[in-house]
Write a protein that binds this ligand. Structure first.
Ligand SMILES: C[S@@+](CC[C@H](N)C(=O)[O-])C[C@H]1O[C@@H](n2cnc3c(N)ncnc32)[C@H](O)[C@@H]1O
Length: 444
């Protein structure tokens, strides 16, 4: 490591030793928050990549740059039976992470003070690596990815993210201001935080930077938090990246892109008034565009995500599979249907039962991330077909039979519903639910 990197490492370590991130109470549990657990459940990304399920029992999961361990706890809750290993530069952070996991009953979790670059020397290999809010701090993101790849099992998956240079440009501008003022020469502490706060408060309200990075946060009350000021205006080592930078880093590290973590928010077609009626040139060009190009176009048109949050893995390890849209009716007859494990909660089942009993629509929106805008609401008799999924996976044949029992007659003709008609309805329903991974479909 050169002198400059060593100095930066030291500044980052000091910053997170004095203010471990994420600062949430040790006893706060994410257990009943499917929104938090969903992305960290190994099944989510594995299914997206392979349309199959990983063996989760006994898997080993790394939280790279674990900080104060709240994300490590989410990983532990989302992946029952997995062993959690966390590493971080900051001793104070790993200490907190250890206490947190112990407190919540994950006694065999291990936390080590180490840098991501040193991972290959630690003697572990991993099924899943979470590197959340860390990669953009490294002097070289590609090297960080390479180090993680070196300890990733062949079918393993890495989740990492970079700050978006487009979305976060104004925050980088603020960091430059405070850098010029010398506030980031050492480890920013209470004095530097106070100077930052004072600076923004003394600026007139219409001043561009204040409008862009301060006023809204101040209204939300965020700027009252020391942590908010540190990780936004005074963050040592913070850097911005584009989609092109992200894919360049993946190529250097020889890693294969799998998907954006919030993939529903990156659909280019959603940016057009009428996705079915695009300008001719776009209609002809988009089908030819690579995933990278589609994401780049999205980023240029509408950079709304602070994070470029992605999954990747070793190249050539994905199962090749037919997308659900391409399945024939014969294929559908052999399918097994699973509820996403994060939806399999007592609370959601109760809500479903209530909506069936009161003949009210059952809304799945708000249960998994990114889905609120793609609200899925089911008519209660349709939703009732899905109830057994809370007990165990179902074959399509069993669901057809259940649907027939719930609704034996066609409500228009009063003729008995045929198996073909029921299958058609079920295919449409499951296809709609699978897009957002509410249900996972396994062809035999
Ligand atoms: C913004 S915090 C994120 C913590 C945690 N992942 C989360 O999302 O709650 C960044 C963490 O990365 C750690 N870190 C930064 N560079 C690192 C490196 N090269 N190796 C290991 N940890 C690093 C810092 O010490 C800090 O705890």
């Amino acid at each position: 490591m050169n002198e400059q990197s060593a100095e930066l490492f030291e500044k980052i370590r000091q910053q997170f030793d004095s203010t471990p991130y994420l600062n949430v109470p040790l006893d706060l549990s994410p257990r009943n928050n499917p929104n938090l657990l969903y992305a960290q459940n190994f099944i989510t990304s594995y299914y997206l990549r392979n349309q199959a399920f990983p063996v989760t029992e006994g898997s080993v999961i790394l939280d790279a740059g674990c900080g104060a361990g709240f994300k490590s706890l989410i990983l532990a809750e989302a992946n029952p039976g997995a062993k959690i290993v966390g590493i971080d530069l900051s001793h104070e952070s790993t200490d907190l992470a250890k206490q947190r996991l112990q407190l919540h009953g994950f006694k065999d979790a291990e936390f080590i003070v180490a840098s991501i670059e040193d991972l290959p020397t630690l003697g572990f290999t991993f099924d899943y690596i979470n590197c959340d809010e860390v990669l953009y701090l490294l002097p070289d993101a590609a090297k960080g990815l390479q180090a993680m790849k070196a300890v990733l099992k062949p079918t393993g998956i890495i989740r990492a993210n970079l700050h978006s240079s487009a979305k976060r440009a104004d925050y980088f501008r603020a960091q430059q201001v405070f850098n010029l003022l010398g506030l980031m020469n050492g480890n920013p502490s209470d004095l530097e935080i106070e100077i930052t706060r004072e600076t923004f408060e003394s600026l007139k309200n219409g001043i561009d930077l204040k409008v862009k990075v301060w006023q809204e946060a101040a209204q939300r009350g965020d700027v009252e938090e020391k942590e908010w000021i540190l990780v936004n205006y005074l963050l040592q080592g913070d850097k911005g990246y584009t989609i092109a930078d992200l894919f360049a880093a993946l190529r250097i590290a020889d890693l294969e892109f799998i998907s954006m973590v919030n993939w529903c928010d990156w659909e280019i077609l959603d940016l057009f008034k009428d996705a079915e009626n695009l300008p001719l040139f776009w209609a002809m060009s988009l089908p030819e565009a690579s995933i990278e190009q589609r994401l780049q176009l999205f980023e240029l048109l509408h950079p709304i995500s602070r994070l470029l949050d992605f999954w990747c893995g070793h190249p050539g390890q994905a199962h090749v599979y037919e997308t659900v849209a391409a399945w024939t009716k014969e294929d559908w007859q052999t399918v097994k249907v699973y509820l996403h494990p994060q939806l399999k909660t007592f609370h959601l089942r109760e809500e479903l039962v209530r909506s069936i009993e009161h003949h009210q629509p059952f809304s799945l929106s708000g249960y998994l991330p990114g889905l609120a805008k793609n609200a899925v609401t089911l008519e209660s008799a349709v939703a009732a077909t899905l109830l057994p999924l809370w007990d165990e996976p179902q074959t399509v044949t069993a669901l057809i039979e259940r649907s027939r029992q719930i609704q034996p007659l066609n409500p228009v003709t009063l003729e008995p519903r045929t198996s073909t008609a029921i299958l058609d309805d079920l295919m449409a329903l499951l296809t709609r639910l699978e897009v957002f991974l509410y249900v996972l479909l396994e062809p035999s």
